[in-house]
Design a protein around this ligand. Structure first.
Ligand code: LR7
Ligand code: MN
Length: 584
């Protein structure tokens, strides 16, 4: 009997600590889950984390990396290896017509294989990285409005041909209310061959690319989403390097290096060569710019082929954890059609605890069009004022602080008067996610912006610069610098006639500067890193004087040409006045 008691005691001795452990483990389990839930808002992710997959970082290995293609047969044919393809002269009218219609030579694309090869533009080193095998499954989302069929489908084929099968969950084509005759039926029929891998969904009305992308993200079911424009070709082994940083940390958004595809002959070529790295920044008018990777960032990496951090991105091509994107509210739904969404997402990610990495070993070609072949549809005509500037205003009013907002309004004075709609939801999100200040972002991430685009001194005068003698307006006439400035009929619409004189003497039109030499008054590229200039305006004499040449801006009465002349207070052809304008 005492033996039985003894055995029972022994059993308890073993069982109790086990029970204790078990109870504690499930408690711990719950706590972790809760922590992830509050931090990331999604039980799905918490579950994946608890499965404890190894979050390994890719390693540079000897021999070829694990997803490098083996035994690729060289192909021959038009445009193969990313070479330029020219159509026979008798097809010139077809090329011209398609360039007019699509902003790119679809007739040329039609003669190139959907599976054509492209030159491998990566650093040699890229072929030797080994990536984790269980990288997240990916939904590739391509939104499009009236794109050329062969270009769109070459995008799809390149993704299928150059991605590891087990990482490609689906490709979603979101049709933003295209109205081209055959595109719909042609597409529906063509995608049947992909047996469900490629899905087509359609907007019931024109939404613009921004809302359409958010919709694609909502409908996707992969763990990671990759956005591509509808005129891309992905390069060798593009996907694993994009996914690896996200696998390590789900709050990283990754961006491939974007190569160029010529819109006339479809030649595939790197924009900056192979080993020059650039990253995304901006100027104060919110034009997207790229800058060499600063040394401070270079120093954080051991290999030139490793990802590096970037303040912003161009917009079209990137990868992000789907749930993380949705937790960030996807894109601000108040942004319409085109523009500014790249900054919105960039600022939001950085300020709210995430990061953006550009990935040298992932390269994707993009057709840079000759011009924008579509209009902004009904959404745009409902808005008063220029839609893109309204988008910018929403973004800066949400994410900038007062100092930096002022730089934007100095550079884009009309924006002050534009109705940006309601941004209270965006401000609430910013608060809820406990996001950092714009100054933090500038100090720690986008510090190289100031080197190229210092803060702007206030405008002393801005508006149309009108001639007293002839009543015409100074006009850059839409020319690219260097160009001669002209005098034209004042249209009151700003743009090429919107001139600003700042407190440091810089005379600006848009992102350009007005300069003068013996040949005349010129539109020039502003010297990077400077905000000053030679101009001085005298409200009494109405002279616009060039301080270095000590001469005044003058209009030639007969030729209407502009030049510098010896200042003469009695000459009305040297008199100018700024007329403030308002958006119409
Ligand atoms: O109303 C529209 N609905 C759409 O679905 C208008 C466009 N689209 C589609 C369009 O078919 C295309 O697939 O949206 C995609 C992007 O439109 P593009 O190709 O006309 O834009 P873009 O390449 O001229 O402009 C860049 O900036 C845009 C700003 O909103 C987008 O972010 C684009 O994706 C972006 N492109 C890139 O980043 C590629 C690199 C270019 C650079 C620098
Ligand atoms: Mn594009």
């Amino acid at each position: 009997r005492s033996g039985r008691i003894c055995r029972l005691a022994l059993c308890l001795l073993v069982l109790l600590p086990l029970l204790y452990l078990l109870a504690n483990w499930s408690d711990h389990h719950k706590r972790v889950q809760e922590a992830y839930h509050t931090r990331f808002g999604g039980p799905k992710f918490a579950h994946q984390r608890l499965e404890g997959r190894p979050r390994e970082v890719p390693k540079l290995v000897d021999g070829l990396g694990n997803f490098e293609p083996k035994d690729v047969k060289p192909r021959s044919g038009p445009g193969e290896n990313g070479e330029a393809h020219s159509l026979s002269p008798d097809k010139k009218h077809m090329s011209d017509a398609s360039e007019m219609e699509y902003g790119m030579n679809i007739a040329c694309s039609d003669e190139i294989s959907m599976h054509r090869s492209v030159r491998d533009t990566r650093l040699e080193e890229c072929r030797h990285w080994d990536y984790p095998f269980d990288l997240p499954r990916t939904s590739v989302i391509i939104v499009f409005h009236n794109e050329g069929f062969s270009v769109l489908m070459r995008t799809v084929h390149s993704v299928i041909d150059r991605s590891p099968t087990h990482m490609l969950h689906e490709i979603i084509l979101v049709d933003d209310f295209s109205d081209k005759e055959n595109l719909r039926s042609q597409l529906d029929e063509y995608v049947l061959q992909f047996k469900g891998l490629v899905k087509v969904i359609r907007n019931k009305q024109r939404e613009g690319l921004i809302r359409t992308r958010s919709r694609g993200a909502m409908e996707a079911t992969g763990e990671v989403i990759v956005f591509l424009d509808a005129h891309c070709e992905v390069n060798t082994n593009w996907l694993p390097p994009l996914l690896a940083p996200i696998y390590r940390d789900r709050t990283v958004m990754t961006v491939p290096i974007i190569d160029g595809i010529d819109h006339k002959n479809f030649e595939y070529r790197p924009v900056y060569g192979t080993d020059n790295h650039f990253r995304g920044i901006f100027e104060w008018g919110m034009l997207y710019k790229e800058n060499e990777v600063p040394r401070r960032e270079q120093r954080r990496r051991a290999h030139n082929s490793e990802p590096y951090r970037s303040p912003t991105h161009a917009g079209g091509l990137f990868a992000i954890n789907r749930e993380y994107f949705l937790e960030l509210g996807a894109y601000d739904p108040g942004l319409l059609v085109w523009g500014g969404e790249n900054f919105e997402l960039s600022f939001k990610i950085w300020q709210c605890g995430g990061s953006i990495e550009w990935v040298p070993c992932s390269r994707v070609g993009h057709v840079y069009r000759g011009f924008m072949p579509y209009n902004f549809g009904k959404l745009a005509s409902k808005k008063k004022g220029p839609l893109i500037t309204i988008n910018y205003k929403r973004v800066i009013e949400t994410w900038f602080d007062d100092t930096h907002k002022e730089y934007f309004y100095t550079r884009e004075p009309l924006a002050r008067y534009l109705d940006m709609g309601d941004i209270s939801e965006q401000l609430a999100l910013k608060k809820r996610l406990n996001c950092k200040s714009f100054q933090w972002f500038m100090d720690h991430i986008a510090y190289d912006v100031y080197d190229k685009f210092p803060g702007l001194p206030a405008n002393l005068h801005w508006g149309e610069l009108r001639s007293v003698a002839s009543d015409g307006c100074l006009d850059s006439m839409g020319h690219q610098p260097p160009a001669i400035m002209g005098l034209t009929y004042c249209h009151g619409g700003g743009n090429n006639q919107l001139v600003r004189l700042n407190a440091a003497g810089q005379l600006g039109v848009g992102e350009r500067c007005v300069e003068a030499d013996r040949q005349g008054i010129k539109l020039a590229v502003c010297r990077l890193g400077t905000v000053d200039g030679p101009w001085q305006y005298n409200e009494h004499t109405k002279h616009l004087m060039h301080r270095v040449h000590k001469k005044c801006m003058a209009l030639h009465p007969a030729t209407q040409q502009l030049s510098l002349g010896h200042c003469d207070v009695n000459d009305s052809y040297q008199q100018w006045w700024f007329k403030e304008i308002h958006p119409r």
